[in-house]
Design a protein around this ligand. Sequence first.
Ligand code: ZN
Length: 290
Amino acid sequence: MSDTGPSTDARCKICQSADLEIFEHTARCRGCEVLLYWPYPKSDDAMMAEGETKAWPVVNALEWYSESSFLNHQNFTQMLRFVADESERGRPLDVLDFGGGGGQFALVCKSHFPEANVYISDIFDDSLLDEWRAMNTQIPFAEFAEDETKFDLIFLNDVFEHVSDPKGVLKQLADKLKPNGRIFIDTPKQFWLYPATKFTSKSLYTKILRGTVSIYHLQIWSRRAFEIVVSESGLSVKKYQETSEYTMPASFYLRNMGITNPVVRLAGSLFYRNAKYLAKNKIMCVLSKK
Ligand SMILES: [Zn+2]
């Protein structure tokens, strides 16, 4: 077995509990309640080789961002106002969009704070779109570890579910904070639909797992698992909220789950439309050094 292959160590990578419930391609830890892709990879190599954004032709990337950008314009505004307020106007904030993909966040950030310097670093350097490049200072991913820039604010939107070593990433980012710097995280968490379908419809539960857990989405958080990683990374939670948020239209998620039955599709679309009343599917939080 190579060092980068899947883990054969049947322990939870978050809390090291051996009490794992293996089902389909997932493992749910009864200790910290995290839902893991199983067997989980030891590095990001497999995700890079097989991930959704691998070798995306520019036209496909533009299509994706053009579909998600409308919702994300509002999502980013909400996230930014969760972590920063008007008291920070006029300051030349150094902001890092870690795992920022196409680079849209920089536009929203500079719209709020024109003096801010927005840096971007993403495991896929080429995902930065020409359309949004001008607002970003790119730090090539291969140079990120050695780069000495320190930040007032590090922004991680839909990143923390992708990384194979969440604790390692968070420790690295904590070291890049200026004094009083903050890290913002927005990442998917499990909600009631997971246990509800698990006990009532194994087939629907399997579809939900197929749509939400993959080599690309390596962990779907529980609050407990999330707090363990934060604490072990030398950070503490300053602000925490569970929220309802989607980056793509309902059809995208139904397609991912392989749901074709028209009745279930209709139920799925209704659920999506009323999600803000029905399900908190995301953790949104601000962290600072202990
Ligand atoms: Zn665990």
